[in-house]
Design a protein around this ligand. Sequence first.
Ligand code: ADP
Length: 320
Amino acid sequence: MDRIGIITSGGDAPGMNAAIRAVVRAAIGRGVTVVGFHHGYEGVIKNEATVLDSKSVGGIITFGGTILRTARSKEFMEKSGREKAIEVLHQNGCQGMVVIGGDGSLTGALRLHDEFEFPLMGVPGSIDNDISGTDFSIGFDTAVNTALDAIDRVRDTAYSHERVFVIEVMGRRNGFIALEAALAGGAEAVLIPEIPYSLLEICDQLRASADKGKRSSIIVVAEGAAKAGEIKDFIQKNTGFEARNLVLGHMQRGGSPTAFDRVLALRLGAFATNRLISGFKGEMVGVDGSKLVSHPLSYVLSTERAVDPEKLLLAEVMAQ
Ligand code: ADP
């Protein structure tokens, strides 16, 4: 193998640039040329190719987002689109490709692997941390810290004005960001899609806290669980407490990656590249504790990541 492709695809995540840098430099270290395609699978189909040398990835480790840009490609969802993508990869002399992205992008990679036996390696890049086969995906730690920073700031004003604040965080159908940020931010309650909740019980809890002298509270809501505005209205109506809501939204995707995400991205990017060059394919790399691991994409995409019950219990106990 002397030439490989690389894309970032789907939702962007802080740390993707560090992963690109790692792939390029690890490949160059083994005498392999890296072709970067802009705009994910869409850019492969449209042949938006550039050779990435060591210098082209210099100075990008501090940036959020992705220098290769990202996109969602409808054409790639069709077999004819994937055929075009394979044709372009062959035209560019690519004998394999590293795909950095979330579960959708990894599903696309598995399709290419299964249909055309094209050598692919997946690198998990998603702020949602909803990909199984790895304890952490690139961008999660930064997104949690961004949400935490917002929670800390809001707590100051919630305390001063004696208000309840309902803060909605990202996470699609999962509550990983919400649970982690709620624990770290000392939230009084956390609502996630994986666990049923009772708003009446939360109102009782807020009243009980107020009786004990607590005059402000933070409730963290995962976007997949409920709308912060509706929770705020319910609480206000049922308790009479003054409440506000805040949707953090896309700010959680941006920003300079944390040291954790940068190092994770460097390790995963280099590991994926070395495995691809060594002849492994159809896998996604990840971490299990501090160890690097690699699993078949078919396994990763057919298993669900579950929330940690110990953390859920901890959040409950801490909110008392
Ligand atoms: P993410 O990778 O962040 O989960 P998406 O789910 O939007 O983001 O997926 C990114 C891209 O991956 C899609 O636009 C599409 O081109 C490709 N993709 C997603 N699911 C499939 C699929 N089932 N088959 C083929 N390609 C897919």
